[in-house]
Design a protein around this ligand. Structure first.
Ligand code: PEP
Ligand code: MG
Length: 572
């Protein structure tokens, strides 16, 4: 048995066989071949094998995840036998005696380059498909294993370097019992998704991919960040008991589903949920969240093969707003860039994507894309309580520019006779400049929502994805707490409310100090809401307020953590 330590990303315990998902690296041979017929047959066999797999994956996806997601694989099935690609590869084998792998590589690269340089969005989108499909065929030519989460049809724990958002979109909870990754931290997107899917996960293990083989028996403890490989029967039994206890605790919390989020001394707060797609609504309702504090709309774009239309977006936003039945829904406009890419949007390669061309910066440049989303949001506002929120605002000019475009679209809709409801307009506070300048921003926004995932990484200059510097990623650093204090104080002076939708809002140890600072809304993974409610009910607002001054004047994060843990009897 071996024990690997990582970062607990999503609570719970899983015991299952490992499904190792390696990104294949291809060593393309350059040798010439003699036997043309045999080489062509090798190529043909790789195509046939890929086709069988794609058909199977399409069937599984259709059955488990629906028509929408299955369509991706219908498109891939067309490409795998594309006559243009097949004939060009055969030509190279025949006339240049090129080996099949090299021939496919050259043809695929040429196709991708042509498609990518086209102005037409539809064609650009084909480039990503060609890349995906040829990778699969190439793997078969070279005899390299190629795996995607969509091909899983038995209970497993996924072991991977990291899971991309599109990998996680294909995860089927029925089969995927948990995952462990080499990289990432609690706020990387795979970690956030694992919590919304309620799949136990351990991230940032550094070595899981190297140390675990396909089919090894694996136990993961997503609460403590432990991974055990080929454990003893005794340990498996112990963890099965722990799993039962965890499930029992979750059952017990269910009693709080319809209760108010109110402290022991009668102060009400909002415990809201973060979602990525309308499908997450089920978890939000099941866990009795008071609102949706963050709807990350980028998943709507990432799950699609091309930009979602106004109508598609309107349908998704309306479904969420109506599903919440009068409770507030905060929808964030497109926050693409950083670790979130769109296969059909060619973004320039950057040295520092997290500091680069992303989110509102991109939307203010690509205004057609932005306007389409704003129109969909404004139309959806007629169906309930909507708040629109702009991500990654750094300056007041950006907020004003985004709001001006929003108001223009509202005016246009009204002249078209299309209904627009009442809505609030706010912004994320995730860049330190805005936390420092909260007083000025507070005059112009309806609300703030603090994105601590980014605010911490930008304040501490510590990449949220990089486990090497994760020791600097300190939610409890007095620097962060003082920024939060400023944001909340200035917002309240201007009569505005403040939410927090970064992962810190759901951390038990953070809740007392955030409550003391006056945070109005805590937005977290739906699966954390009931635990947070149970804690809020045993705290008093007055005792949390009494410690604020001391905490803000502490010297280190460690000091704050120790103090809070002891004072409120919460595990570190
Ligand atoms: C944040 O930065 O805290 C946040 C909620 O946004 P995201 O995690 O999507 O970057
Ligand atoms: Mg962010």
């Amino acid at each position: 048995m071996s024990h690997i330590k990582g970062i607990g990303a999503s609570a719970g315990i899983a015991v299952a066989k490992a499904f190792v998902m390696e990104t294949p690296s291809f060593d393309i041979p350059t040798n010439k071949i003699e036997d043309v017929a045999a080489e062509k047959a090798r190529f043909q066999a790789a195509i046939a094998q890929s086709k069988t797999e794609l058909e199977e994956i399409r069937q599984i996806t259709l059955r488990e995840l629906g028509e929408d997601k299955a369509e991706i694989f219908s498109a891939h099935l067309l490409i795998v036998e594309d006559p243009e690609i097949v004939s060009q590869v055969n030509d190279k084998i025949e006339s240049e005696h090129m080996n099949a792998a090299k021939a496919l590589d050259e043809v695929a690269q040429m196709m991708v380059t042509i498609f990518e340089s086209m102005d037409n969005e539809y064609m650009r989108e084909r480039a990503a498909d060609v890349r995906d499909v040829t990778k699969r065929v190439m793997a078969h030519i070279l005899g390299v294993t190629f795996m995607t989460p969509a091909s899983i049809s038995e209970e497993v724990i996924i072991i991977a370097e990291d899971l991309t958002p599109s990998d996680t979109a294909q995860l089927n909870r029925k089969y995927v019992k948990g995952f462990a990754t080499n990289i990432g931290g609690r706020t990387s997107h795979s970690a956030i998704m694992s919590r919304s899917l309620e799949i136990p996960a351990v991230v940032g293990t550094k070595v899981a991919l190297e140390e675990i083989k396909n089919g090894d028996l694996v136990v993961i403890d997503g609460t403590e960040g432990d991974v055990f490989v080929n454990p003893s029967e005794e340990l498996v039994n112990e963890y099965n008991e722990k799993r039962a206890a965890f499930e029992a605790y979750k059952e017990e919390l269910k009693q709080l589903v319809n209760e108010e989020s109110i402290t022991a001394d009668g102060h009400k707060v909002k415990l809201a949920a973060n979602i990525g797609t309308p499908n997450d609504l089920e978890g939000v309702l099941k866990n009795g969240a008071d609102a949706i504090g963050l709807y990350r709309t980028e998943f709507l774009y990432m799950d699609s093969e091309t930009f979602p239309t106004e109508e598609e977006q309107y349908t998704a936003y309306k479904a969420v707003i109506e599903g919440m039945d009068g409770k507030q829904v905060v929808i964030r406009t497109l926050d693409i860039g950083g670790d979130k890419e769109l296969s059909y949007l060619d973004l320039p390669k950057e040295m520092n994507p997290f500091l680069g061309y992303r989110a509102i910066r991109l939307c203010l440049e690509e205004t057609d894309l932005f306007r389409t989303q704003l129109r969909a949001l404004l139309r959806a506002s007629a169906h309930g309580d909507l708040a629109i929120m702009f991500p990654m605002i750094a300056t007041l000019e950006e907020f004003r520019a985004a709001k001006a475009i929003l108001l223009e679209e509202e005016a246009k809709l009204k002249t078209e006779g299309i209904a627009v409801g009442n809505y609030e307009t706010g912004m994320m506070v995730e860049i330190p400049s805005t936390a420092v300048m909260a007083k000025q921003f507070a005059k112009e926004v309806d609300f703030f929502s603090v994105g601590t995932n980014d605010l911490i990484q930008y304040t501490m200059a510590a990449d949220r994805m990089n486990e090497k510097v994760s020791y600097l990623y300190q939610p409890f650093n007095p620097a962060i707490l003082n920024l939060l204090h400023n944001v909340i104080t200035e917002a309240h002076k201007a009569g505005k409310w403040v939410g927090m939708c970064g992962e810190m809002a759901g951390e038990e140890l953070a809740i007392p100090i955030l409550l003391g600072l006056g945070l109005d809304e805590f937005s977290m993974s739906a699966s954390s809401v009931l635990r947070a409610r149970s804690l809020v009910k045993r705290l008093t607002k007055s005792e949390t307020e009494a410690i604020v001054n001391d905490v803000l004047n502490m010297d280190t994060a460690e000091e704050v953590v120790n103090f809070l843990s002891e004072k409120f009897d919460i595990k570190k």
